[in-house]
Design a protein around this ligand. Structure first.
Ligand code: WTA
Length: 661
């Protein structure tokens, strides 16, 4: 048995030196500056963060103490006693600083002709109106409001309206089922639900309000439901409870004047539910002052946003990425944020590039799953559009395989644009490990180095520090302003999930290693580890090896019980469009992995498949794949988050065809 928690198999060695770009601001201009900032933040975290908080955020009154914390308890307070309002910071102050008529949100709807632009002034007006609607519905400071909406401007407006009056929003991704919505509303006892008649997706109109109705049947806390008319669908409206957004925002007495509520830095800004590996979803709690400071700080340094940029993060606002990097970070900085309702593949696989060309997008932030899906369709689609406005690319959500990184770099980045591979989590509120775009030498597949103020370490199971290239648990040893402050209504789970196993430190649940140059390589969730004859391997590296083969579009690797080795490797492989499955190809892929990584990583079984079971945020549900690999075809647990549940049956049939059972 190896002493390591997890072994690294990667042989990636390429490096890409930073480039300069006249359009860039390069807030952190080079590695010398980075080292100096890192040292400063390490030696004097309070001084460092206090400076950032004063520079980026407008406070109604100053805080009493920059930081109070005990990571054992845990109890963390940033800027406590300081008063501010997030919507004031994202809107009002820009009306006075020259950005009044600047585009805050450019919204591209799914139909090409659906475009709306909100200047800061226009957004301010809409937010104040909706804040007054919420007040009229009885919503008070500290009350919870559930937002169950597609990617339409009303979602951002409702978030900012909640923030304006001190209500706590809980966004539930519109792809979630009625039951998921119900659980989330119940857990937070939300008073109001904001939803829409329908979602427009890939040319289809998918009713949404019926899900909300179904959920609300079992949610006695809900007094009101406000419905946006997105698709002109006829939906039943319950007298006394439901009203249309366009009607209630223009009802008698609803004005566009609404004073922002002064909030304490540690008052809750929002709850966002995230699934744990077991049990019901956790309501991750983020507070006001630290979260806003951290979102704005990372948006500025990592995405290098300037006043002249069009910035596009393709995530859904229903995920933390959309919260921090579509809405709060960019708007706090007074940037122009593009919000896109559509999908990358419709009407064609060039949709993203067409949007980039249309709005001359400069900064583009997406997920590896998107990159791999577009890579599968071939480069001709990327060449149909002039995407030379791009100057910076980002990646988030899972390890980006070197192969996908190279494709992104070569075909989207013209071989010259920096890629920031940003590692973070719902719980961390913002990016913790990432390149600084015009300073860091890049290595494909590495998130590079922790940002200044982030004390990241890799430790062994016994808590001792891991050596260079030794895989282990990725922990954060000091608090940062954007970190979660709780699991809603469950202090016990807050402590046991994140602070108990390694007392006094934040446990991310991810495995990683640090190479000889101090670069971090994320190996995936530690619950995704496979143990073959005592070698614990992260799934990500085996997947990367498979994806680097010319025939492969995507791969997912899980462990399968094995009488001798303990576990063996089972790989699900999706081939590129136009490539046929064959026994020869299967053999070739095995040989490929053997040479790319080594015999230890050779897949025992390779199952070709048209699709993988992905959640709506693009993460592969390995739990389902593990069951199928083991020949267990029921008891998949909660699969309500799957984007396409039909994939599961296809996989089961494929498995039976392949192995006979
Ligand atoms: C994974 C998304 C490797 C990781 C912001 C983490 C990544 C989980 C990266 C959090 C990255 C996110 N490289 N892995 N750049 N970014 N992850 O809460 O396993 O949806 O723990 O937050 O995604 O997912 P979440």
């Amino acid at each position: 048995m190896s002493e390591l928690d997890i072994e690294s198999l990667s042989k990636e060695k390429r490096t890409f030196a930073p480039i300069s770009d006249p359009r860039a601001k390069a807030y952190v201009p080079d590695m010398e500056a980075y080292e100096a900032l890192y040292k400063r933040a390490d030696e004097d975290p309070e001084g460092f963060w206090a400076e950032r908080a004063k520079e980026l955020v407008t406070w109604f009154s100053p805080w009493e103490k920059t930081l109070e914390y005990d990571m054992h308890k845990p109890e963390i307070k940033w800027f406590a006693g300081g008063k501010l309002n997030v919507s004031y910071n994202c809107l009002d102050r820009h009306l006075e600083n020259g950005r009044r008529n600047k585009a805050a949100i450019i919204w591209q709807g799914e139909p090409e002709e659906d475009v709306k632009v909100y200047t800061y002034q226009m957004l301010h007006t809409e937010v104040c109106r909706f804040a007054n609607v919420l007040k009229a519905k009885g919503v008070k400071k500290g009350d919870r409001v559930a937002l169950y909406l597609p990617m339409i401007p009303e979602l951002a407006i409702a978030m900012l309206a909640c923030a304006r009056i001190g209500a706590i929003h809980s966004i539930v991704f519109a792809g979630f089922s009625a039951v998921s919505l119900q659980n989330r509303i119940q857990d937070s006892a939300a008073k109001v639900v904001v939803t829409a008649d329908a979602v427009l997706r890939a040319g289809r109109t998918i009713p949404l309000k019926p899900n909300a109705d179904e959920a609300m049947k079992k949610c006695p806390s809900v007094d009101h439901c406000i419905v946006v008319n997105r698709a002109g669908l006829e939906v039943p409206m319950q007298e006394g409870r439901d009203c249309w957004w366009h009607e209630c925002t223009h009802a008698d007495g609803i004005t566009d004047v609404c004073e922002p509520e002064p909030m304490d830095a540690e008052d809750i800004l929002f709850i966002l539910y995230t699934s744990g590996s077991t049990g019901k979803p956790k309501g991750v709690v983020h507070t006001t002052g630290g979260y806003l400071t951290y979102a704005a700080h990372t948006t500025q340094w990592v995405f290098d946003v300037t006043d002249n940029d069009v910035y596009w993060c393709t995530a859904d606002v229903g995920w933390i990425t959309g919260h921090s990097y579509i809405v709060y970070g960019p708007l706090c900085l007074g940037a122009t944020s593009l919000m896109f309702e559509g999908v990358p593949s419709w009407p064609g696989p060039d949709r993203f590039w067409q949007v980039v060309e249309k709005f001359k997008v400069n900064i583009f932030y997406t997920a590896p799953t998107v990159v791999r899906a577009l890579m599968r369709e071939g480069v001709d689609w990327t060449r149909k559009h002039d995407i030379s406005s791009l100057r910076l690319l980002g990646s988030v959500g899972e390890p980006i395989n070197p192969e996908a990184w190279m494709w992104y770099h070569t075909y989207i980045g013209a071989g010259t644009k920096p890629i920031v591979d940003t590692w973070w989590q719902t719980e961390t509120g913002g990016i913790l490990i990432s390149a600084l775009p015009y300073a860091t030498t890049l290595k494909p597949g590495s998130a590079t180095k922790p940002l200044p103020g982030v004390d990241a370490a890799i430790v062994r199971a016994d808590g001792s520090l891991a050596g260079p290239n030794e895989g282990g648990h990725l922990l954060i040893r000091k608090p940062w302003p954007g970190m979660l402050r709780g699991v809603y209504g469950n202090p016990e789970r807050y402590k046991s999930t994140y602070f108990q196993r390694f007392p006094g430190m934040y446990e991310s649940g991810d495995g990683a290693r640090v190479d000889d140059d101090g670069y971090f390589w994320i190996m995936g969730r530690l619950d995704d580890v496979i143990n073959v004859s005592g070698h614990r391997m992260g799934t990500a590296e085996v997947e990367s090896a498979l994806v680097s083969h010319e025939a492969v579009a995507e791969a997912a690797v899980v462990g399968m019980p094995h009488a001798i080795k303990g576990e063996s490797i089972y790989a699900y492989v999706t081939l590129k469009t136009g490539i046929d499955e064959s026994e020869d190809l299967r053999k070739a892929l095995r040989a490929w992995v053997r040479t790319e990584i080594g015999p230890i990583a050779t897949p025992e079984v390779i199952q070709f498949t048209e699709g993988l079971p992905k959640t709506r945020s693009g993460k592969i549900m390995r739990r389902v794949l593990r069951k199928i690999a083991a020949g267990v075809y029921d008891d998949f647990g909660d699969t309500s988050t799957l984007a396409d549940p039909g994939v599961v049956q296809d996989l089961i049939e494929g498995k039976k065809d392949l192995t006979g059972n």
